[in-house]
Design a protein. Structure first.
Length: 191
């Protein structure tokens, strides 16, 4: 596949995603806008190389580095570094209720929540897999991923945005321009 065609295809995907989310369909416009920003940002990184511990489009991403980067750029949100820590924020979402921008988790290393990805809609997600080494789109119904699905979390609900503080709750956070916390607390939600 030529680089010119690849850039055109990725640009086309980003344009389609921006069009799909141009008119908010959710009741809360901030949630819809945040969701579209996350999807567009994730799609813009397709083809970025995989790199264990990677956190940058310049050097490559691992799964949690990709998710963290997308949320930071799209929403100015600073998520925990590891997928196992990310599962403790937001609120659980059933597979049937997934919305674009939700985090989806998988058991890929024989331990719960060892892989994280960003749901983009229509049963698809963007992630940084080690296998084949590039950020790409895959389907929740693909045999490999369906067998390893571990759950999902929604971080975009304004009602769930009250947690502030860095990992471990060490400091208070400023709010983003949209009024949402800029830093998430990674402690599990209370009963």
């Amino acid at each position: 596949m030529s680089g010119h065609w690849r850039r055109g295809a990725i640009g086309g995907l980003v344009a389609v995603a921006a069009t799909l989310f141009a008119t908010p369909v959710a009741a809360d416009e901030r949630t819809a806008a945040g969701s579209s920003d996350i999807v567009v940002q994730a799609l813009s990184l397709l083809g970025t190389p995989y790199r264990y511990g990677g956190t940058s489009p310049d050097t490559g991403f691992d799964c949690s580095g990709l998710v963290r980067h997308v949320y930071s750029v799209a929403l100015d949100r600073h998520l925990p570094r590891r997928s196992e820590e990310m599962v403790a924020i937001g609120r659980p979402v059933s597979r049937a209720d997934l919305q674009p921008g939700d985090l989806v988790f998988f058991n890929t290393l024989r331990r719960a929540f060892s892989h994280v990805a960003i749901y983009i809609g229509e049963g698809r997600f963007v992630h940084a897999p080690a296998r084949r080494g590039r950020v790409r789109i895959e389907g929740l119904d693909d045999r490999y991923w369906a067998a390893r699905f571990d759950g999902a979390r929604r971080l975009l609900d304004p009602d769930d945005a009250g947690s502030t503080g860095e990992a471990g709750g060490a400091r208070a956070s400023a709010t983003s321009p949209a009024g949402w916390p800029a830093v998430w607390d990674d402690r599990p939600p209370g009963p």
